[in-house]
Design a binder for this molecule. Structure first.
Ligand SMILES: *[C@@H]1O[C@H](CO)[C@@H](O)[C@H](O)[C@H]1NC(C)=O
Ligand SMILES: *[C@@H]1O[C@H](CO)[C@@H](O)[C@H](O)[C@H]1NC(C)=O
Ligand SMILES: *[C@@H]1O[C@H](CO)[C@@H](O)[C@H](O)[C@H]1NC(C)=O
Length: 370
């Protein structure tokens, strides 16, 4: 009896020992992850898992990587200057990978009815057959061919814009890029009213316009489009195969309302390969680049000076330290989401853009304007 009991106690003891050593192994690994010199790799590994650990890692890592001078440096606009030489060099470099004016949109003369399109981020087995209606919506030539703008603003959707009062400053730019049809009207004080181009992921129809199933949904969408007056709607319809049904709904809607609308439609083809290969040279190769950095890539080819607003992927304000929503248009009380971590590497993108800011290639604003 005594023998059996001591054997049981001994084996329990070994199990506990095993667990303890496993735990210490994990914590050593954790320390290694947190102090790993290559920030982007560390986040890539760690942030992949959603949930509590991620939140913790995000806070921990982000605050440690952002140089303490970031916000002060960014607030003192006086000393900061664009470096024309560096900008021209970057534009030249980008042009080796992406032909922005031509890759901006498919055009009527470059597709044929019945042609099968593939998707940038889906298996090659998925196809989309170009219809006559779709072809008729394509521009005759790229809407940005031979277009050059002096001062451009790319407005991201970060919650950092809330209360920024940057609207009037943003509205002064010659060309204003926005992301994913973000609302402006009721937020104009912080984000401005003007839009010259906005991306429109077809899934927006599903998410905000109920797939245009009711008369009310159709009217809401039509009203919103009418306000875009002359702007470019840039529709990445060939990134994900899951867009196909909404893309068809969208095509039908545009065919029906073409004459009532004054928007310029643009449909990029499979361009992500080119864009990715450029950013890879800057050691940025996430599963998917964000819409924000994609817009910055286009803008840097089209514009003399690019200013970024609303680029801040963290859940806290860099000045006050207070919590922030993810998007400036999120309903009050919406928690900061970390869903994007599965495919995007926003902190790594931000870090890179911040480097470009310090080198005078882009101006990154994170401070309030007034
Ligand atoms: C501007 O950029 C170029 C090229 O990167 C660099 O050689 C030069 O030193 C920069 N000028 C200033 C004033 O920072
Ligand atoms: C992108 O531009 C290159 C060079 O002009 C061209 O060969 C290619 O077909 C374009 N691809 C797309 C998808 O626009
Ligand atoms: C940009 O959009 C505004 C209105 O939103 C318009 O007044 C302005 O002319 C547009 N600029 C260009 C270059 O198209």
């Amino acid at each position: 009896m005594v023998r059996i009991a001591s054997a049981v106690v001994f084996s329990m003891f070994s199990v506990v020992l095993l667990i303890l050593s496993f735990l210490s192994y994990v914590s050593i690994k954790k320390i290694y992850i947190f102090t790993a010199p290559k920030y982007s790799h560390a986040t890539g590994m760690y942030m992949f898992h959603a949930g509590f650990r991620t939140q913790f890692a995000l806070k921990f890592l982000d605050q440690s990587f952002i140089p303490l001078t970031t916000t002060e440096e960014m607030q003192s606009a006086t000393e900061w200057k664009f470096n024309q030489t560096a900008i021209m060099q970057q534009r030249e470099e980008i042009s080796h990978y992406v032909d922005v004016p031509n890759n901006f949109s498919l055009t009527k003369d470059r597709v044929r009815v019945g042609q099968l399109m593939h998707y940038d981020y889906s298996s090659h087995k998925y196809v989309f057959a170009i219809s006559g209606n779709f072809k008729s919506l394509l521009p005759d030539s790229s809407p940005i061919l031979n277009k050059h703008y002096n001062m451009c603003a790319v407005v991201g959707n970060s919650g950092i814009l809330t209360g920024s009062r940057c609207g009037p400053e943003i509205d002064k730019f010659n060309f204003i890029f926005r992301c994913n049809f973000a609302p402006t009207e009721i937020y104009h004080r912080d984000v401005g009213r003007k839009t010259n181009m906005t991306t429109f992921n077809p899934s927006i129809l599903e998410r905000y316009y109920n797939n245009l199933l009711t008369i009310q949904d159709r009217n809401n969408f039509l009203l919103r489009l009418k306000k875009l007056d002359g702007a470019i709607l840039w529709i990445p319809a060939f990134f994900f195969h899951t867009s196909a049904p909404v893309t068809r709904t969208l095509i039908d809607f545009f065919i029906e309302h073409k004459d009532q609308l004054n928007v310029q439609l643009a449909f990029p083809g499979n361009i992500m390969h080119y864009i990715n290969s450029y950013w890879k040279t800057k050691q940025l190769s996430p599963k998917r680049l964000s819409t924000g950095i994609l817009m910055y890539t286009l803008a840097s080819a089209m514009c003399e000076e690019v200013h970024l607003y609303g680029f801040w992927p963290f859940g806290w304000d860099p000045i006050s330290g207070k919590g922030l929503p993810y998007h400036y248009f999120d309903k009050k009380g919406t928690k900061f989401t970390t869903k994007w971590q599965e495919s995007h590497q926003l902190p790594a993108e931000f870090k890179l853009l911040h480097t470009l800011h310090t080198e005078g290639m882009v101006r990154l604003s994170v401070a309030p304007c007034a």
